[in-house]
Design a protein around this ligand. Structure first.
Ligand SMILES: [Fe+2]
Ligand SMILES: [Fe+2]
Length: 289
């Protein structure tokens, strides 16, 4: 399937508060029959973002067990991870897959995903768990900040109503995940008492790790599936895709909320927060590109 390389021009960016808050939902709540296909048909960048998100969310189950096992003697955290968090992350993958299969029916999702997963499960790496639970929970806050930012931007960018609704639901889940991880972080930090420098280094390290080559691994498989018979060009196309993503993120991603989310685990006194905010803002803008 070939889709022309187009992206819509930037439009007004809604504040994160305009993204509707949602409760618990299931696939049955998504009105896939109402998808307005002509609204998404020619938008390659949108297709690629939604397909890549569906791959990575679906594949995340492979590593979710590591985190569940890490907290296995803490009944409250382990139960939330296994029954809510992991279930919701897997549901994000399934819901995005169902959207891709209906909005772009020429694309063979299963075949492309299987090729991606073969490579992902063998060669793509996840960051090691941190040596202390409070630090791992702080790092998870960074990951949930990242996904919340992505879906907030997707919600703002999408004109197709079903995708807009779905992105809003996933965004609300990711923010809720962040709040859980942050609450558990505070609990463990009160016991483990890591210094701010250590927590800050952990946050920076995980932020850096979320921009590793897993995106290229997923993109390469998506590109091969949509460019049959072509043996080179995926890496160049990926660089162009990253540039288009950066442009889109700068126009549609929220400005302030992700910086608040990034800084919160440092629990800074007001006297330090202004300087830290400008450093975190610079890191956030680097991460968006
Ligand atoms: Fe997710
Ligand atoms: Fe999440």
């Amino acid at each position: 399937m070939m889709i022309p390389e187009t992206t819509r021009p930037p439009a007004r960016v809604p504040a994160p508060a305009e993204v509707p808050s949602r409760g618990v939902w299931s696939l049955a709540d998504i009105d896939y029959a109402a998808i307005d296909r002509p609204l998404v048909a020619g938008d390659t960048t949108l297709f690629q973002i939604v397909a890549l998100a569906s791959f990575i969310e679906t594949g995340s189950d492979l590593y979710a067990q590591n985190l569940v096992a890490y907290f296995d003697d803490d009944a409250e955290v382990a139960q939330w991870l296994a029954q809510s968090w992991e279930h919701e992350e897997v549901q994000h993958g399934a819901a995005l897959r169902a959207y891709v299969e209906r909005a772009w029916p020429d694309f063979e999702w299963r075949r492309a995903f299987d090729a991606f997963f073969d490579e992902y499960s063998q060669t793509c790496t996840v960051p090691d768990l941190e040596p202390a639970r409070a630090l791992e929970l702080a790092a998870r806050c960074v990951v949930e900040m990242g996904t919340a930012t992505l879906y907030s931007a997707l919600h703002a960018y999408a004109r197709e109503p079903v995708l807009k609704d779905l992105a809003g639901r996933i965004y609300a889940d990711e923010v809720r995940h962040y709040k859980h991880f942050y609450r558990y972080f505070r609990r463990y930090q009160a016991r483990e008492r890591h210094g701010r420098w250590r927590v800050g280094r952990t946050l920076g390290k995980r932020l850096f790790a979320t921009r590793n080559d897993d995106g290229l691994c997923a993109y390469r498989n998506l590109w091969r599936a949509t460019h049959p018979g072509e043996h080179s060009g995926a890496d160049d196309a990926y660089r162009a895709f990253v540039n288009r993503m950066g442009t889109l993120a700068h126009s549609y991603a929220p400005r302030e909320l992700p910086i608040d989310m990034l800084l919160r685990p440092l629990q800074l006194p007001p006297v330090l927060s202004r300087g830290a905010r400008s450093v975190a803002g610079a890191m956030y803008h680097w991460w968006l590109r």
